[in-house]
Design a protein around this ligand. Structure first.
Ligand code: PLP
Length: 356
């Protein structure tokens, strides 16, 4: 099947094959990675190779630390505030994932929602000027790609010297990222980077702080000081992330090449939707996501029929998020161009059969 799930999502076939080949005997150890002690030399090599590859692929400067943390993106809604919120937090509300961050961070301090696109059902990215920033805020928090509504920042907002904290869960590794423009990036692995169970945090080393008030498991410094192994890390998930990074680096040829494929996939689908009489995408054109593409027919019954028939045709997980309805195609790194071609072919046939 072609799996259009928003996450956990499809993985490159190359990764799945390699993982199954190594299932019973990984790296000559005579065991599966699942069975390895996280303190073993074999696992340490897996962890360090994974980190080194990520640093190389994303050109992560040496003054940033790479951390592997459990608890998902949702834990980062809280950890970012626990570690960085002293006076107040500025947040731009662009949908479900910033709403959740706002709700969590409010439990820990003052939150200023300095802009929002809720007035138009989150179909655009609000523009801000430096006057919108709150004088005493510690950071500006954004969700760079909105998995549910299908919007993406094409340029970062002004933050006027304040820290920039960004959730890249659904766009990381789909294109090159200039890490030096951010102070903290986080991304759950289960969309574009691997399987569920680990979140990658890329944080400026200067932000790691001794603080007796913060429980050790919630302090980024604990993870930095202990090579992300203060407690048992999700070893198998880290191994899968390492394989995905190997695939991007050695099979695809790096993030510039990945970006060309990302743009090609998205353009194919948007061009078709824009030319169709049946389907539409509600998002402001310049804010459209490359990785999550919602579309509707305008008739909820027809949408249901679409999802059912698409599933029967082997195009699965196209149902839109429950808060938006309609359909959504998530086109992450592992989605082959043939998958997008198959989807468009099906959409065209469905349109011919169902347009009144
Ligand atoms: N941030 C974004 C952009 C997401 O799309 C999601 C989940 O889909 C999350 C955060 C929450 O991630 P998790 O379910 O790993 O907590």
């Amino acid at each position: 099947v072609y799996n259009f799930s928003a996450g956990p999502a499809c993985l490159p076939e190359w990764v799945l094959k390699k993982a199954s080949e190594e299932m019973l005997d990984a790296h000559g150890s005579g065991m599966s990675v699942m069975e390895m002690s996280h303190r073993s030399k074999a696992f340490e090599d897996i962890l360090h190779t994974c980190k080194d590859r990520l640093r190389r692929l994303m050109s992560i400067p040496e003054d940033y630390e790479i951390l592997f943390i459990q608890g998902g993106g949702s834990m980062q809604f809280i950890m970012t505030a626990i570690n960085l919120l002293k006076h107040s937090a500025d947040i731009i509300n662009t949908g479900q994932w910033t709403k959740k961050a706002i709700a969590q961070q409010k439990k820990l301090g003052k939150v200023n929602v300095i802009a929002s696109s809720q007035d138009d059902n989150f179909t655009y990215i609000p523009k801000i000027t430096k006057e919108d920033l709150t004088p005493d805020s510690d950071y500006l928090y954004i969700c760079e790609n909105n998995t549910i509504y299908g919007t993406k920042y094409k340029e970062l907002p002004v933050h006027d010297g304040k820290l920039l904290v960004a959730d890249l869960s659904s766009c990381i590794l789909s294109e090159p990222t200039d890490v030096s423009k951010y102070d903290l990036i986080f991304a759950g692995a289960q969309k574009n980077m691997g399987s569920a169970g680990v979140t990658v945090v890329i944080i400026k080393k200067a932000l790691l702080q001794e603080n007796d008030q913060i429980p050790d498991m919630l302090n980024y410094k604990t993870y930095a000081d202990n090579d992300s192994m203060y407690n048992t890390p999700p070893t198998y998930t880290i191994y899968i992330v390492g394989l995905v990074l190997e695939w991007i680096e050695e099979q695809i040829g790096g993030l510039e090449e990945m970006e060309k494929i990302t743009h090609k996939r998205a353009k194919m689908l948007y061009d078709y939707i824009d030319s169709s009489k049946l389907y539409s995408n509600p998002v402001n054109k310049e804010d459209r996501s490359y990785t999550n593409i919602p579309f509707v027919t305008g008739d909820p019954e027809l949408d249901k029929k679409f999802v059912k028939e698409a599933t029967e045709a082997g195009l699965v997980n196209l149902k839109g998020h429950r808060s938006v309805g309609g359909m959504r195609a998530s086109l992450y790194n592992a989605m082959p161009i043939e998958g997008v071609e198959a989807l468009i072919k099906f959409m065209r046939k469905f349109e011919e059969e169902n347009i009144g």
